[in-house]
Design a protein around this ligand. Structure first.
Ligand code: C5P
Length: 424
């Protein structure tokens, strides 16, 4: 399980022989799902090259405070805002002293001052330097300001002496960092969400579509990121900004949506909020269709049911469908639960039945009724972002139960050739 999914770690590297371990630390943090950017001090450059750390982090390394080019790209304030946590490993005695004084005369000290996120230091120095009164005073001062100290550990040192001052082992530093964050209810899980409408072309300038704004799906994507998941959002055309830390896959047609969904399967959780067009024109005219008779017929063919087909092919994926209904909400929702073979259906009223607050089309609010095989719950009207969080809070226990039990029984899976008949 990746324990740092979606987390942005700013790694400071200062002048200590332990800087050679920073490359391995970056690799381990990325293995845990973190995004890592690196700031090196001048002292660090004497021990390891920026090129090495750039290669392992996948980002250009930040070096200097007064570099106009760098400040125009990602300046010190922006770097401080970007990070969820700052870890300085190794932290030299000199860097601890400068931090304790509150200096801001290089990029790393400036970012530490500007940052409003947890800051942790992994000291690494000769044991006498660590024991020295000045360093101990600095350490106390820094801890008093809420800065965390990871280590140092005791043992053999690069200088040939033995004692406290070794940088903590990389695996332990990763664990320390994980402990700094609250682990979300979906940490280490991958969630795929479909959202928005699809567009089915008629000719080069026209298409069939619907009023879906995509807001509910995007709100669920944001809530899943908050819960620590890796989130893939397969979206039809919407006017919404790309949610932070979400892997967005843009599609237009139902067939493209099906391909995009299936190319990412299997995932842990699949939530289909998209308002997929049920039909598409049999033929897409190469040229713009000219008006002719008073009545024009457009031949349509059925689109694939992305939800049902994906669930049938990947029965182990915990799957949630949506149902927007104008009448008989519960009956239709329960039918969908069965016919599509999914674990849960989130249903809402649309049209005049939705009352004043039509929850589906472009509104910022919605209410849902969540159905599963032997239960249901009502999630009252709330902003879509609040509702998305509450929806996930209700989904997660079912999902955990499902994962604990293993694969579903085959007769829960819809038989696409003959939907009435269970797969033997
Ligand atoms: O069958 P109906 O369109 O009412 O079902 C709605 C649910 O099925 C939604 O979760 C929607 O995203 C999904 N769906 C789909 N592919 C379709 C039609 C609906 O994934 N072609």
């Amino acid at each position: 399980m990746q324990r740092l999914t979606n987390k942005r770690i700013l790694l400071g590297v200062t002048g200590s022989i332990a800087a050679y371990k920073s490359a391995e630390l970056i690799r381990r943090l990325r293995d845990e799902g973190a995004e890592v950017q690196v700031i090196m001090t001048r002292g660090a450059e004497a021990f390891i090259t920026a090129l090495t750390l750039q290669a392992v982090s996948g980002h250009p390394v930040h070096l200097h405070l007064m570099d106009t080019e760098a400040e125009a790209g990602m300046g010190h304030i922006e770097l401080a805002r970007w990070a969820d946590a700052i870890l300085i490993a190794p932290t030299s005695a000199d860097f601890m002293a400068r931090l304790a004084q509150g200096r801001a005369d290089d990029l790393l000290t400036a970012v530490c001052l500007a940052g409003d996120v947890p800051l942790a230091l992994a000291p690494a120095m000769n044991n006498r330097m660590w024991r020295d009164r000045a360093t101990q005073d600095n350490a106390k001062k820094l801890v008093g300001r809420g800065i965390l100290l990871f280590g140092p550990d005791s043992g053999d040192q690069a200088c040939g002496e033995t004692g406290p001052g070794r940088m903590r082992e990389v695996d332990l530093l990763v664990n320390d960092l994980v402990d700094m964050f609250d682990v979300g209810s979906l940490a280490g899980k991958t969630v795929l969400i479909t959202a928005g409408p699809t567009r089915e072309p008629i000719d080069p300038v026209r298409f069939i579509s619907n009023h879906s704004s995509g807001k509910m799906g995007y709100a669920i994507a944001e809530a899943a990121v908050e819960a620590g998941a890796r989130v893939i959002l397969v979206s039809g055309p919407t006017a919404l900004p790309v949610p932070d830390r979400v892997e967005l896959v843009n599609v237009e047609t139902a067939n493209q949506m099906l391909d995009a969904v299936q190319s990412h399967m299997p995932v842990d959780l699949f939530i289909a909020t998209a308002a997929v067009a049920d039909y598409r024109p049999v033929q897409v005219s190469e040229n713009k269709i000219k008006k002719q008779d008073n009545i024009m017929a457009l031949a349509l063919e059925k689109n694939p049911d992305i939800l049902a087909e994906t669930k049938a092919q990947f029965p182990g994926v915990f799957t949630i469908g949506f149902a927007a209904e104008t009448n008989d909400l519960e009956t239709y929702a329960r039918n969908k639960l069965m016919n599509k073979g999914v674990e849960m259906i989130a249903a809402n009223w649309v049209g005049s039945a939705a009352g004043e607050n039509d929850g589906t089309f472009g509104s910022d609010n919605n209410a849902l009724q969540l159905f599963w095989q032997d239960g249901e719950i009502e999630l009252p009207m709330a902003s879509k972002s609040k509702l998305a969080r509450s929806l996930l809070a209700h989904i997660v226990p079912h999902f955990e139960d499902y994962q604990a039990k293993g694969l579903p029984k085959a007769n829960n899976v819809v038989n696409l050739k003959d939907p009435g008949k269970p797969i033997a």
